[in-house]
Design a protein around this ligand. Structure first.
Ligand SMILES: *[C@@H]1O[C@H](CO)[C@@H](O)[C@H](O)[C@H]1NC(C)=O
Ligand SMILES: *[C@@H]1O[C@H](CO)[C@@H](O)[C@H](O)[C@H]1NC(C)=O
Length: 502
């Protein structure tokens, strides 16, 4: 017979499970072996141990990184066939319990058995294959290079082993061997026991694009999973800064699982910009599992994203092909300073007090296209304060120097305020990287979005006190999605205005 205390505890447990859910993110170092079978087996063995630990720590959902089972196989298509198979569609008979279906590709079978055994829902990365001779109508088949599609895919296995969902990555990044998904249906899932909470799925570089993330936000989704394999080379594209900023800007819960290597790290669990758990280590050999609780219902209002492109915007706002980042070395002699740097209509102003001159900081500004090798350029307007010696390339993130010397080696601030004027209304992602905690709470940002005059947007970001002492870099990164090229916009998002063509 339950005592009153026991009943009270039961009631608490029930109400807890209604309000929150324990979730896990694995930052995983991909194992590489001689063959596809050996490589995937080695990684699956690690997943098996990690899902067991996640289960023991109470997690109901585990997110693993992009390429986590295959590792990055390379840029030749021929290398990928052994790592790919035609995966069943959610809802098909084979998808009910792949664990016991001999016809299902073995890595998916093993993932299903793992999820079932530990009763933890699992998000994992596989390569789905489409035979265009069998399915000529499948989106993208009309432009298939060899009669097949090789799709970078996130699969979701429910806690009962069922294949719940499958999402094909829409925005590839340096993945010439694979095919970009042309499907325009965003993907969500709800795991058993938590049916009322839909999660949206996207992968890595999708985060900086309008589709599918903004489409999902516009549909009211507040919880997201993101497998990624996002490297640390680019100063303005640091994975932790982007994850936190996206969660903050979209007022969403984000579970981001990155690959771990000497050039790739940064995973986290975020609730409306607050980092509940973060992993970042460019040297660790072992994997890192993050487990924490996230709320199921968010009391603060949802974001209503702006700047979701329509086909007419693309024609109205041509991209200035010539634009590049400009930078300016900041005067770090101790004392008060201010500097302004503009690029076309984007203007950045910083006022700061320097405590100590170090190797140097720059103010950098971009209006136009941001670029990375073998990636379609994307439109951006940004202002950044970056640690950089005068002689070096300021958009290469100085991971090694930061590790050896910490940020103070580049100089020390006592206060710093940035004002940025952007030429059009757009989503602006505020990003502050710090030394010891890696990320500060957005409460320390003192972010102010000024009144818009005409199409312009003014933002101010101020750091002081202990927050600025921790500073590594700071940026306000705007994404005028409507200026992206058609390559970036194969699906349109946001509320559609029926029958109106401007
Ligand atoms: C930004 O715009 C405001 C309003 O037009 C102006 O007062 C301010 O000086 C501008 N700041 C910069 C850095 O251009
Ligand atoms: C930091 O700056 C903000 C806004 O500029 C100000 O309100 C706050 O009092 C300052 N805090 C400290 C510790 O200086």
């Amino acid at each position: 017979m339950a005592s009153p205390l026991g009943l009270a505890l039961l009631a608490v447990a029930a109400s807890e499970s209604m309000d929150a859910m324990r979730v896990a993110v694995l930052e995983h170092r991909g194992q590489k072996r001689a063959t596809a079978f050996e490589t995937m087996s080695a990684n699956l063995e690690i997943y098996d141990l990690q899902i067991q630990e996640a289960a023991q720590r109470g997690a109901k959902l585990l997110v693993t990184p992009e390429d986590g089972l295959t590792s990055f196989v390379g840029n030749q298509r021929a290398l990928w066939w052994d790592y790919a198979a035609s995966l069943p569609e959610p809802g098909q008979a084979e998808a009910q319990l792949p664990c016991i279906e001999a016809s299902v590709w073995w890595p998916l079978r093993r993932l299903s058995c793992m999820a079932l055994r530990h009763q933890v829902a699992l998000v994992a990365s596989l390569i789905d294959m489409k035979d265009c001779t069998e399915e000529p109508e499948f989106p993208g088949c009309d432009s298939s290079r060899d009669g097949w599609l090789l799709l970078n895919t996130a699969v979701v296995l429910d806690r009962d082993g069922r294949l719940l969902q499958k999402y094909h990555k829409a925005n590839l990044w340096f993945e010439a061997a694979l095919d970009e998904s042309k499907e325009c249906s965003p993907k969500t899932f709800s795991i058993s026991g938590f049916e009322e909470v839909p999660f949206g799925i996207f992968i890595c570089a999708d985060l900086i694009h309008a589709w599918p993330p903004l489409e999902l936000v516009t549909k009211g989704i507040r919880h997201f999973v993101m497998p990624l394999s996002w490297t640390n080379e680019m100063a303005q594209m640091q994975p932790l800064g982007w994850q936190q900023a996206w969660s903050h800007q979209m007022q969403a819960v984000l579970l981001a699982a990155n690959t771990r290597s000497s050039s790739c790290s940064g995973s986290g669990i975020y609730v409306q910009g607050e980092a509940k758990a973060v992993a970042y280590d460019l040297e660790a050999q072992a994997d890192q599992l993050l487990v924490t609780e996230v709320p199921l219902r968010l009391v603060e209002p949802a974001a209503s994203p702006i700047g979701c492109p329509t086909s007419s915007d693309t024609r109205l706002l041509p991209v200035d092909e010539g634009s590049k980042w400009k930078s300016f070395q900041l005067d770090m002699t101790p004392g008060d300073h201010s500097s302004t740097l503009c690029s076309a209509a984007t203007c950045c102003h910083v006022s700061y007090r320097s405590r100590r001159q170090g190797e140097g900081y720059v103010l950098a500004v971009l209006n136009g296209l941001d670029i990375s090798p073998e990636v379609a350029p994307w439109a951006a307007e940004a202002c950044a304060v970056l640690p950089c010696q005068s002689s070096s390339d300021c958009l290469t993130y100085p991971s090694e120097a930061l590790r050896q010397h910490s940020a103070k080696w580049f100089g020390e601030f006592e206060s710093l305020e940035m004002e940025a004027n952007f030429s059009t209304t757009q989503e602006v992602f505020p990003q502050v990287l710090a030394t010891s905690q890696r990320l500060l709470s957005p409460r320390a940002w003192h972010l102010h979005r000024g009144a818009r005059s005409g199409a312009e947007t003014t933002l101010r970001l101020a750091l002081n006190g202990s927050a600025v002492e921790e500073l590594v870099s700071l940026q306000l990164y705007g994404r005028p999605y409507s200026r992206d090229s058609d390559i970036q916009q194969h699906c349109h998002c946001g509320p559609k205005v029926e029958g109106v063509l401007v």
